[in-house]
Design a protein around this ligand. Sequence first.
Ligand SMILES: Nc1ncnc2c1ncn2[C@@H]1O[C@H](COP(=O)(O)OP(=O)(O)OP(=O)(O)O)[C@@H](O)[C@H]1O
Ligand SMILES: [Mg+2]
Length: 373
Amino acid sequence: MSTYDVELKDIVKVFESGGARVRAVDRVSVEIEDGEFFALLGPSGCGKTTTLRLIAGFEQPTSGHILIRGRAMEGIPAYHRPVNTVFQDYALFPHLTVEQNIMFGLQMEGVDKKEARKRALEALEQVRLPGVGERMPHHLSGGQQQRVALARALVKQPAVLLLDEPLGALDLKLRKNMQFELKALQRDVGITFIYVTHDQEEAITMADRIAVMNEGLMLQVGTPKEIYEHPQTHFVADFIGETNFIPGALLQRGGDGFGQVKLADGTVIRAQLSHALDSAAKAVTVAVRPERIGIAAPSDRPAQEIDGLTALDAVLAGSQYIGTDTRYTLALGDEIELVARLQNVNNIDSAAFQAGQRVKVYWDESSTTVLDQ
Ligand SMILES: Nc1ncnc2c1ncn2[C@@H]1O[C@H](COP(=O)(O)OP(=O)(O)OP(=O)(O)O)[C@@H](O)[C@H]1O
Ligand SMILES: [Mg+2]
């Protein structure tokens, strides 16, 4: 018996369209645990919706296997799978009341009316919308309609809830509130959520784990912290947050997961190797986040002498005040430009460094990742 709620084993989905073949999902394997909030994150067209539709049973994989609660899903139609889907556009029935909308699926399953009504009212309580059962959907706000759509999915007590950009139609403020509520609700009901979004912040703040997808491939699966702090590929580092990419040549690989990289200006630094780095890679990219870079006066000796710290000479090219932070651009020789973000906390004067000034930039070696070019 499997301990996973949803398992995808080497899933491929090829669409044939107008003579062209599109690999919408490409050899995806992943295991999602019971009660997990799992986000599928990636740009438009990367295969997120197709992955959900395969799990839901609206599409069949070209090859590979899907298991839900240890049970193979081959030949099992969508309406017999223990999953429910919430789409971006809610798709509430406009001519039915809120309560009738929520009861509909239960009555289709043969649940008697009294019981269906009781469960519908409970579901409305769960999504914090008591008392609106008699109203028509179009008399509710967008956020309220979204919650009715959620209640309608939850009432059927699925093992897994699939959500496809469920907050996409809401304005920013409501979206933030709903992110918070949805996360709390998921924790309360303990149902596994597979949540599609192209919004990195939404994925980072809500999910237990994130899968970053591009062109049908699941490039990296990990906790928000792993994905943000240790992106294993150029694409993931670039897609999530801001990153400095410094080109270099990999001179040596240490047994400790670090390597020596020669930068364009001739300096050699020690940096952490990505697990996904090609074993033959010579030309590489060192990624380091702007908030991991510190700036010091050239005369500041400690920055150059602490073990595990990389310190390099640079010239401050410019700065931009952005409220909570100041964003500095720095030149390392003629070839390399870096961005550093320093927080404007009480005792640090963001005007301390002037454009044109020589400085030291420094970072912890473990804040770097050596990626394929
Ligand atoms: N029924 C279909 N027939 C042909 N091609 C399809 C079909 N459905 C999806 N595709 C293609 O498969 C790829 C993945 O589509 P998918 O809808 O899964 O992307 P997505 O990640 O959900 O994108 P978005 O963020 O824009 O919703 C795209 O190139 C798309 O054009
Ligand atoms: Mg989609």
